[in-house]
Write a protein that binds this ligand. Structure first.
Ligand SMILES: Nc1ncnc2c1ncn2[C@@H]1O[C@H](COP(=O)(O)OP(=O)(O)OP(=O)(O)O)[C@@H](O)[C@H]1O
Ligand SMILES: [Mg+2]
Length: 622
């Protein structure tokens, strides 16, 4: 390590203005997209109804933003480029109430210090427009309608070191477009157009929020999302959240706004993520466009030079409102959703019979052996050689009495079943079971296909969770304790976590030096194998809890994992035949269970195939 080069007698000097601006620019202007962001902010603050963005070479060579906002008067033009000059706030009080995107009076000065910059503007009532050249400071008359055009050319031309940090034009362009999307989603009532190298890339007309979201993120995004509208205390939340099926591998469709400003905020991100916790696993990223608004004095926007971060006076207030807003939508059973193309495979845009049949077959089955069998079954040429469909061997232990696995329909439900038209049930009336794996039901729109294990698993899981919220799982003693040969780790875990096990409705204790006995099991899971259940819970506890932990903490941390594996043991296995009565009971349970659209692993539990899609299969009506 070499010592820093410190002169013997350091002299403190004031920096020249130009250098101050360049230093400040380092915080604000990182790449072309930062310039785009600042210029769009300014246009919106000026009340523009239409904004056009023109880029050359990904914005590195030129960024031009044209708006039809209020404009800047001639004598004000030089001020616009001066540091710490702004029309947006005048006092500390204004700063605390700020409602504009900008307020620091720095952006244009910073940009002008690292690029060639000019401002052309005209206000209402002026006979002409005026052009200010930032470098020379000259102002000359020019032609333009009311509004402003800011031109920024050759970014970082004087600071080659910084120019080197820029990526390819294509990358810079994509960053610029992302900034544009953020602004366009914030203000659907403003029209946006973007040109690159003279080619029109996007044009979004002023519209409703829903239409804007569809324009910017695609129709698919809207089709697979739920509208949010929620108010809690001082916080309002609106927007759209994607169904779990729409989740992506990357967090690239997550738009969160605080009082109209796009922000990246840990509290908000965490709140949304936690609402998805139970329906999304495996590192999948939810998609959303969410607008949070609250009184400006409760949120500080002046904590980051680019204003992308905010600080809340009360983070919990925002977290809760946001989490509730999203969870409320996700928790509502969506069986009433019209033919939601939950999976693109089943989405039939242009009915193509052959493709559809294959997709349908593929979709009907869960693993490769299914796939092969089903495809063969659909393939007329190979029909004779088609192997009979064989469901997968039940993993884990055997379930004894299927009818006892879930509550039989009560007398009242049975009466209802007789009186009600099937049309009132979103998931319809069961008509058959397919190879012990799927339930087929008929509803008003057509065919419903339910993965019975996945669906039942979710129902059992939700039931366990509700019970655990009320302190502990209801437990039922076994007439004859079930014993099993246990490993030393299992025995130690059973001892260390006795209280936790009890909370989970399990009583497991040593029977001999090498044997454990299960003496009680959760009532909800009474029909499963007690020893398999005990084993899997012990494995979870061993994994999650070190002995120093109090039991309840282990549960809190590992609740999802533990209950999910318990539910898996309690849920009906494939290859079980069910009576129509049992199938209908399951469908009704699903309708009443929150989050029943996904199994505990985030896979869908049911699909709708509409009559239209079925008709397309058979080329009816053509
Ligand atoms: N497109 C525009 N239309 C009308 N006025 C504008 C426009 N762009 C800039 N101005 C004026 O120039 C001033 C300076 O703009 P600048 O972006 O540098 O600062 P700011 O927007 O006030 O604050 P911030 O640095 O936070 O963006 C603004 O306060 C505004 O009065
Ligand atoms: Mg600004």
């Amino acid at each position: 390590v070499t010592a820093p080069n410190i002169p013997a007698n350091p002299i403190i000097r004031e920096l020249p203005d130009e250098l101050i601006s360049q230093i400040a620019a380092g915080e604000v202007v990182e790449r072309p997209a930062s310039v785009v962001r600042e210029l769009l902010d300014n246009a919106l603050d000026a009340g523009a109804k239409n904004i056009t963005l023109r880029l050359m070479a990904g914005g590195v060579r030129a960024i031009i933003v044209q708006d039809d906002g209020s404009g800047i008067a001639r004598e004000q033009l030089p001020l616009a480029l001066k540091r710490h000059a702004t029309s947006k706030i005048a006092s500390l009080h204004d700063l605390e109430q700020v409602g504009t995107m900008g307020f620091r009076g720095e952006a244009l000065a910073a940009i002008a210090s690292v690029a060639e910059c000019s401002v052309l503007s005209r206000v209402q009532g002026d006979a002409s427009a005026w052009l200010l050249d930032a470098r020379s400071g000259e102002i000359s008359p020019a032609a333009r309608a009311v509004g402003t055009t800011v031109e920024v050319k050759e970014l970082f031309f004087a600071t080659p070191a910084r120019r080197k940090f820029l990526k390819t034009d294509a990358t810079e362009l994509s960053h610029c477009l992302e900034v544009l999307r953020r602004h366009a989603l914030a203000r659907p009532e403003v029209g946006f157009a973007v040109w690159h190298e003279g080619k029109l890339l996007e044009q979004w007309h002023a519209s409703s929020l829903k239409q804007r979201v569809a324009d910017v993120l695609g129709d698919e995004f809207v089709a697979l999302s739920l509208a949010v509208a929620h108010s809690e205390g001082a916080v309002q939340v609106s927007g759209f959240v994607g169904v779990p099926d729409a989740a992506r591998a990357r967090a690239d469709q997550q738009y969160a706004y605080m009082n109209g400003r796009f922000v990246r905020d840990k509290v908000m991100q965490h709140a949304v993520r936690s609402a998805y916790e139970d329906v999304l696993h495996g590192g999948k990223q939810p998609v959303y466009v969410l607008y949070v608004s609250m009184p400006p004095e409760r949120v500080d926007v002046n904590v980051h030079p680019t204003k992308i971060e905010v600080r809340f006076r009360d983070g919990r207030e925002v977290h809760q409102a946001l989490r509730h807003a999203v969870a409320r939508q996700l928790d509502a059973p969506r069986s009433h959703m019209p033919v939601a193309p939950q999976h693109s495979n089943l989405e039939v845009k242009t009915p193509d019979a052959a493709g559809l049949i294959t997709q349908f077959a593929i979709d009907l089955v869960a693993n490769e052996s299914h796939q092969a069998a089903a495809q063969a079954a659909f393939n007329t040429a190979e029909q004779s050689s088609a192997q009979p469909y064989r469901p997968p061997a039940p993993a884990g232990y055997e379930v004894r009495e299927i009818s006892q696995l879930w509550s039989k329909p009560t007398a009242a439900q049975a009466v209802q079943a007789d009186q009600q038209e099937p049309s009132v049930w979103p998931l319809g009336r069961a008509v058959a079971q397919l190879h012990g794996v799927y339930i087929l039901a008929q509803n008003t729109q057509g065919l419903i296909i339910v993965d019975m294990h996945a669906a039942h698993e979710r129902i059992v899981y939700e039931r366990l969770k509700t019970q655990l919220d009320g302190a502990r799982l209801a437990s039922q003693p076994l007439l004859i304790p079930a014993t099993f040969a246990a490993t030393p780790i299992e025995i130690a875990t059973a001892e260390a976590h006795e209280a936790t096990l009890q909370q989970l409705g399990l009583e497991v204790s040593a029977f001999s030096a090498k044997t454990l006995a299960v003496r009680a099991v959760p009532t909800t899971l009474a029909q499963g194998s007690p020893t398999e259940l005990a084993r899997s819970v012990l494995a979870q506890l061993a994994q999650h809890g070190d002995s120093a932990d109090a039991g309840s903490q282990v549960i809190e941390r590992a609740q999802h994992d533990i209950l999910a594996s318990m539910a898996c043991h309690g849920a009906v296995r494939a290859n079980r035949s069910l009576s129509l009565e049992e199938m209908n009971a399951l469908l009704r349970d699903m309708e009443a269970t929150p989050r029943s659209d996904q199994c505990n692993h985030g896979r869908p539990t049911w699909r709708q195939v509409s009559m239209k899609e079925l008709d397309a299969l058979f080329l009816r009506g053509r």
